[in-house]
Design a protein. Sequence first.
Lengths: 136, 136, 136, 136, 136, 136
Amino acid sequence: MATVRPPQDPEQDPRVKAVFDDIRATRGTDFINNVWRYLAFDPALLESVWADIKAVMATPSALDPKTKEMVYVAVSIANGCDYCTHSHTAAARAKGMTEAEHADLLRVIGTASRLNALLNGLHIPVDAAFDADAAP
Amino acid sequence: MATVRPPQDPEQDPRVKAVFDDIRATRGTDFINNVWRYLAFDPALLESVWADIKAVMATPSALDPKTKEMVYVAVSIANGCDYCTHSHTAAARAKGMTEAEHADLLRVIGTASRLNALLNGLHIPVDAAFDADAAP
Amino acid sequence: MATVRPPQDPEQDPRVKAVFDDIRATRGTDFINNVWRYLAFDPALLESVWADIKAVMATPSALDPKTKEMVYVAVSIANGCDYCTHSHTAAARAKGMTEAEHADLLRVIGTASRLNALLNGLHIPVDAAFDADAAP
Amino acid sequence: MATVRPPQDPEQDPRVKAVFDDIRATRGTDFINNVWRYLAFDPALLESVWADIKAVMATPSALDPKTKEMVYVAVSIANGCDYCTHSHTAAARAKGMTEAEHADLLRVIGTASRLNALLNGLHIPVDAAFDADAAP
Amino acid sequence: MATVRPPQDPEQDPRVKAVFDDIRATRGTDFINNVWRYLAFDPALLESVWADIKAVMATPSALDPKTKEMVYVAVSIANGCDYCTHSHTAAARAKGMTEAEHADLLRVIGTASRLNALLNGLHIPVDAAFDADAAP
Amino acid sequence: MATVRPPQDPEQDPRVKAVFDDIRATRGTDFINNVWRYLAFDPALLESVWADIKAVMATPSALDPKTKEMVYVAVSIANGCDYCTHSHTAAARAKGMTEAEHADLLRVIGTASRLNALLNGLHIPVDAAFDADAAP
């Protein structure tokens, strides 16, 4: 059950069609997943979300595509986004994440979450050694 | 201001000393950062936290050390742990994260957080294509 | 699947009936949504939750009803409450939120979430200019 | 203590100068707050964050500027971003939020957070009446 | 640095004085901690927050006072509220929490947080055996 | 829909069988709930998660088993973990939590969440009286 109703025939709107065409061309597949079909309820929002995802996730940058997808999964789990966890776990696999890497990713996320809670409970002062802003 | 008082001379307790010695040996440095000094208020908790961190972060595994530290940073930011964000950003740098990779990491975390919120607001049904549990 | 079992005939309990009657009178409808039917498992909790919601959301105050519902939606999305996001998106619509306003609300929530993550990752010092407690 | 070191003389970089000039022109003030000074460590990230903020918060849209700032504050509180809560509470005030509206905003955020937790603890099924995707 | 300015002489307002008097009488101490001094910026909000805290935390109920404070600490850590973590850790101690219980509390919170993350990453279907709503 | 596929016959792997046997022996029941069946996709992760849960939740410690389960529920609600909320609410009941205690637990969680949000919105300075690290 969604909070917006997706348009029945979204590509009748030329702005939506242009985004869908670019998704298909960028990804090399005809599959348009639900997030884009629902975001089509507001073409301007659709355009800005796709522009963001394309620039950050589908454009070569300092980190490789698989690493970026695994970071995305980690953030999505911490923020409790079900759809994002499913879609980006699938994307990480499509970009080469092995089953062993998936297990290791979950292991790191679990340990970090444990320590995050412990340290938020202890409120330990941050060591001066960690200050990026200090003079060298 | 912390919620526990760290012991004045923690290594007087042999269990604490054994953990601190192992931290120094594993990391190849004499620096013991505050998290361990404060966790020494309860030696059993100190031991189990260090065992967890050592097994997950300091033992060779499917993901390389730099990637694991960047995932740790991503989770710590999402969970709002200040100490963890500082200490693991420093650790990621120590394991080779460049300034460009740090910026890219933050870019991915920011975009994921934006989409996490949007999709938690839309409650879009997860595509069947993302079901890892489906028969092939 | 819920973690409590709602009473079969909740209005047999006069405390529950009094709350349900007040909900119907305050909202001008016979519809009692599930949250109240389930909270009826503990009449004292039901009473205090309804008193809180009525005082904050159904009583004239500094902010208009539509704005209050949109703020409620924003908080519910950030806290990952599915039921709340659905019910208060519906309430905001019932109080006049247009489709364009809904899209704009989601846009602001998305951008805020992106920046929240970035700034939790950077730990930038707060400008003195933002100190409400400073002498004028 | 920040995790990145802001450039000493950021406007020597023409990309940074262009963004700072646009911030000053858009806001009608010479004040450049810390978030922009620190984001200048990566000009591309600075540009994309400012473009996002400008399009969403400083461009006329369906919701008025004060409402958008209050929604931004609500999200920032829920996500635990200190800097964002301070800077956007100040921005909401600058756009007309009264002290009574601030108190009312906090009241709604508090009640929503209480109910978010209760309903995440109860896992009540969402009423069919809230399904935006249902046929009318 | 706070987002509101606390009144200089809060007890000049009779509504504030009545709340402060009740806090002193209920707690048997003259100490009024900062949360009440700052909430005094809006007497109606102060009254409703104190009424909530008094009814839930300072009134005999099914759970004993020490357990309630420990649950409060757990929630505050998970929600990243620094002030709340400090004040309710102190309150739990005042109500009898020992150092060993504090360490055990943190241990449970850490393990729960680890598992919460793992299971949010796996999205395992909930066992029918956990359905409180099922017929016996 | 899960993000990993559970093994069809998990106990064929002797490491998985050893964990399942220990779960059955420790809990005195033949019921193995889904979390263990899915974690079996990675025997090392299964072993470390069970070792953690067994040491923290199934071994006598400073806090009694019912209190530990209620704290676990509180954390799971705050972190938005559906599976964990269901399974540990059931576990708390199995260890003696009454319906009145469940309602009281939810009441404390709700009030803490409200105050967490309010105080994250106000950023009140922590009273020196709460400093565990201060000299006595």
